[in-house]
Design a binder for this molecule. Structure first.
Ligand SMILES: [Zn+2]
Ligand SMILES: [Zn+2]
Length: 284
C-alpha cells in the first residue's frame, strides 16, 4: 500500500511530519508522499524519521493555482501536485514557493480584517496558533468553530470562508501553466490533483494541459467514486499521462479520510504508480 498525497502541520494537516511518518508505518504503508500546500517543509522535517523507520518518503508539493475562467466568469482553481521522486528540487524552486507563501500571508491578513468587519472576533494570530507554519482557511474555520460562530468546519466555509461566503478573500495564485513549468524546470513531475473536485470539465482541457507540460493526473483520490477513478484512468491512457493517487489525508480537518485508504477504503493506489513516476524521471 502506498499513499502519494498527504498533508502535515506544515500546511493544513493536523499531524506533524514526524507523526505522519510513524502513522504511515503503523498503517503498513511502504511509501508516502508528503504534498503540503506550497511548501516542502513537511517533507524536509519528515526525512530523518522516515529513514529511521524505513519508510520510502517521496518529496512532493501541492500548489494552489488558477486556470482561466469559467463561462460565467467565475475564477477556476486547480491544485497541481509536483512529485520529485528521484532528485530534489533546487533553490530556485524553493524561492518560488516562498513567494507563493508570502502571497498567502497577505491574503490571510485581509481575510482576518474581513471577518472582523463582519463583527466576528477572529484574529490572524488565533488562526496561526492552530497552524504550525502555513496558515490556511481551515485554521480560520477552526477558530470560528471554537468560538461558537459556526457548528462545523464545512459550515464555516459555506457561510464565511469559501467562494460565495461573506468573508471570502481570494488568494493571488500562480497560473496552472506557470506551476506546471516550474515543477518541470525543477526536475519534477506535474500531476493534476483530485480532478473530480473541479467544478469544470477537466476532460475538455487535458489536451491543452498536456501541451503545456502536464505529465500526470491523480486518478486515485478519496474524493473520487469508482466510476470517476475509472474515467480518469481512461483519460490518462488516452492522453498518455502518468497516473498518481493518494488519500489527501489531513487528519482532523477531514476526519473521514484515512491515511492510505481514504474514505471507507475507497482509495487503493497500486505500487506501480510510484515505480512509473520514478521510471519517468529516469527517462529524462
Ligand atoms: Zn488539493
Ligand atoms: Zn491535498
Amino acid at each position: 500500500m502506498i499513499d502519494l498525497h498527504v498533508h502535515t502541520t506544515e500546511s493544513d494537516g493536523s499531524l506533524t511530519p514526524e507523526e505522519i511518518v510513524r502513522a504511515a508505518r503503523e498503517a503498513g504503508l511502504e511509501a508516502l508522499a508528503i504534498a503540503d500546500h506550497d511548501t516542502l517543509g513537511g517533507y524536509d522535517r519528515a526525512r530523518a524519521v522516515a529513514e529511521q523507520v524505513g519508510l520510502d518518503l517521496v518529496c512532493a508539493v501541492e500548489i494552489s493555482t488558477r486556470f482561466g475562467r469559467s463561462a460565467t466568469g467565475r475564477r477556476r482553481s486547480a491544485h497541481l501536485l509536483g512529485y520529485f521522486p528521484a532528485e530534489l528540487p533546487g533553490a530556485a524552486f524553493r524561492a518560488w514557493l516562498c513567494e507563493l507563501q508570502a502571497r498567502r500571508q497577505q491574503r490571510n491578513e485581509r481575510l482576518a480584517q474581513r471577518l472582523q468587519e463582519l463583527g466576528l472576533e477572529v484574529t490572524l494570530a488565533e488562526a496561526s496558533a492552530l497552524a504550525r507554519r502555513l496558515t490556511g482557511r481551515v485554521h480560520f474555520a477552526r477558530v470560528l468553530v471554537q468560538k461558537g460562530y459556526v457548528n462545523s468546519i464545512p459550515e464555516a466555509f459555506r457561510l464565511y470562508l469559501g467562494e460565495g461566503g461573506k468573508a471570502y478573500t481570494p488568494l493571488e495564485k500562480a497560473t496552472l501553466e506557470e506551476a506546471i513549468q516550474r515543477v518541470r524546470e525543477a526536475g519534477g513531475i506535474p500531476s493534476l490533483a483530485h480532478p473530480g473536485r473541479m467544478s469544470w470539465d477537466v476532460s475538455e482541457v487535458l489536451g491543452e494541459l498536456r501541451a503545456a507540460g502536464l505529465m500526470g493526473i491523480e486518478a486515485y483520490s478519496s474524493e473520487h467514486s469508482p466510476a470517476q477513478t475509472a474515467m480518469y484512468l481512461e483519460l490518462a491512457r488516452a492522453h498518455d499521462l502518468l497516473v498518481t493517487g493518494g488519500s489527501d489525508f489531513h487528519g482532523d480537518g477531514k476526519p473521514a479520510v484515512r491515511l492510505g485508504t481514504g474514505v471507507n477504503g475507497n482509495v487503493c493506489v497500486p505500487r506501480r504508480v510510484l515505480d512509473e513516476l520514478r521510471a519517468a524521471c529516469a527517462r529524462r
